[in-house]
Design a protein around this ligand. Structure first.
Ligand code: PMP
Length: 389
C-alpha cells in the first residue's frame, strides 16, 4: 500500500463529508471568481472568433496570448518573445510535460523540501530519486545540490506547503548555480501575486545571467505560472516561460498530451489580460485572503501554541505548523482530527520519502474566519484526544 496516496485520498475527499471543516485543500474562494465578467467575455470571444476558438489551435498556444504573456513577464533585463512562451492547460500540465521531457526512469530531481504534492504526483511514474534541497539550512550549497540532477524544482513565492519566501540571495545563488552547471531550474510561481504584506521579490528568471539584450531569453530557468489563483482554476490556463529550445521540446510533449489548450479559454484569458481584469479584482481578493490569514493565525495562537510553531506567511494560501515535540506524528493525528470534524494535511505527503511526520499544512483561503476558528478549535481537541489515548 502506498501510504502517501492513501492519505491524499482522505484529504481530497474531505470537502465532501457533511459537517467536516476542511483546512486541507488549496482552493481559491469561489466568490472571488469574476463570473459575470467571464460570461460576457466568453460570449464576445465566441461570437467574434467562432471558427478559431471552437477549432483546434496551435500546440504552443494562441500567438496573441503568447505575445501578451511575453510582455507581461518580460522587462528591460529579461527579453522575452513569443518563442519563450508555451500556453499550458493549467500549471499542472507544465509540471507533467517537464517530467516527460527532462526526467529519465529513476532520474535525480533536486527538489525544494518540503515540496508540492502535485509535482511529486506528476513525476512519480518515472520513479525519480529526489534530493532534498532545504534552502533555509545554513550549510545549503546550491552548486552541489544541483550536481547530477536532471532538473531542480522550486516554488520561491509562498511555497506550497510552507507559505515561505525564498530570499533574494538564495534566488540569485540558485540562478547562478543553474547557469554554471547547465541544470534546468524550475521556478513554479502560482501564488506570486497573492502577496499580502511587503514588496514582491525578483523572479529567478530575471536574475538569471544569460539574458542578452535583443535576443530571446536563453537561460536555464523555466518559469511557470497559472491563472488558477489570479482569476479561476476552471479556465485551466497556465504557461511556461523558458529558452526557445525548452519551449520546442515541451511543445512536442504537449502534442502527445492534449494537442492544444482550449481556444475558448485562451481567448478569454487574452481578453481578461487586455482588459486589466486581474488588476481590477485583485484588491478585493487580497483583502479577503489577508483577513482569513489573520483569523487563522489568531485562532492558532489561541489554541495550538503549546504544540506547534509557525511563521505568519506574507502571501499564498497556507500556514505550515511544525510540532515543538519531534516525536509528534501528524499522520497519526489525521484520524483523530477527522473524528473531531476537521481535516488538515500531514507533512508526510510533501516528502518524497514520506518520512517527515512532524508538521501540518493548514489552508486559510477557502473558509470564512469563523469556520477557520472552529476548525482550529477542533484540531486542538483532536491533539488532546490523541495524547490521552
Ligand atoms: N504548482 C503549485 C505549487 C501549486 O500549488 C499548484 C496548484 N495547487 C499548481 C502548480 C498547479 O495549478 P493549476 O494546475 O491549477 O494551474
Amino acid at each position: 500500500m502506498d501510504t502517501t496516496n492513501d492519505i491524499t485520498r482522505v484529504f481530497l475527499s474531505a470537502g465532501r463529508i457533511p459537517g467536516l471543516i476542511s483546512l486541507a485543500g488549496g482552493l481559491p474562494e469561489p466568490s472571488t471568481f469574476p463570473a459575470s465578467e467571464i460570461a460576457t467575455i466568453a460570449r464576445d470571444v465566441i461570437e467574434a472568433h467562432p471558427g478559431e476558438v471552437l477549432g483546434y489551435g496551435p500546440i504552443e498556444g494562441l500567438p496573441e496570448l503568447r505575445d501578451k504573456l511575453a510582455a507581461r513577464f518580460g522587462s528591460a533585463a529579461l527579453n522575452l518573445t513569443r518563442a519563450n512562451v508555451l500556453v499550458t492547460s493549467g500549471g499542472m500540465q507544465g509540471l507533467d510535460l517537464i517530467g516527460k521531457v527532462l526526467l529519465e526512469e529513476g532520474g535525480l530531481i533536486a527538489g525544494q523540501f518540503p515540496t508540492y504534492l502535485g509535482a511529486l504526483d506528476a513525476w512519480r511514474p518515472r520513479s525519480p530519486t529526489v534530493r532534498k534541497m532545504i534552502l533555509e539550512a545554513p550549510d545549503f550549497e546550491p552548486l552541489s545540490a544541483l550536481d547530477g540532477a536532471q532538473f531542480a524544482y522550486t516554488v520561491p513565492n509562498f511555497s506550497n506547503p510552507t507559505g515561505r519566501m525564498v530570499d533574494v540571495g538564495m534566488r540569485q545563488a540558485l540562478a547562478d548555480a543553474a547557469d554554471r552547471s547547465g541544470t534546468w531550474l524550475i521556478e513554479d510561481d502560482p501564488y506570486g501575486t497573492l502577496h499580502y504584506d511587503g514588496a514582491p521579490l525578483p523572479r529567478m528568471i530575471e536574475l538569471s545571467a544569460r539574458s542578452r539584450p535583443g535576443e530571446p531569453y536563453q537561460g536555464p530557468v523555466v518559469y511557470m505560472g497559472t491563472l488558477s489563483k489570479e482569476i479561476a482554476p476552471g479556465l485551466r490556463i497556465g504557461w511556461v516561460i523558458a529558452a526557445p529550445e525548452m519551449i520546442e521540446a515541451l511543445t512536442m510533449a504537449k502534442q502527445g498530451s492534449d494537442m492544444c489548450t482550449s481556444g475558448v479559454t485562451q481567448r478569454i484569458a487574452l481578453a481578461a489580460l487586455e482588459a486589466g481584469l486581474i488588476e481590477r479584482i485583485q484588491p478585493a481578493v487580497l483583502d479577503i485572503y489577508r483577513r482569513r490569514r489573520d483569523a487563522l493565525c489568531a485562532a492558532m495562537a489561541e489554541h495550538l501554541g503549546d504544540w506547534f510553531d509557525w511563521d505568519i506567511p506574507v502571501g499564498g494560501m497556507f500556514v505550515w505548523a511544525v510540532a515543538k515535540d519531534p516525536a509528534m506524528d501528524t499522520d497519526l493525528l489525521l484520524p483523530h482530527a477527522m473524528a473531531a470534524g476537521v481535516c488538515v494535511v500531514p507533512s508526510s505527503v510533501f516528502d518524497a520519502s514520506g518520512l517527515d511526520r512532524r508538521a501540518l499544512r493548514i489552508n486559510f483561503s477557502f473558509n470564512e474566519p469563523d469556520t477557520l476558528h472552529e476548525g482550529v478549535r477542533r484540531l486542538a481537541k483532536a491533539i488532546t484526544t490523541m495524547q490521552g489515548s
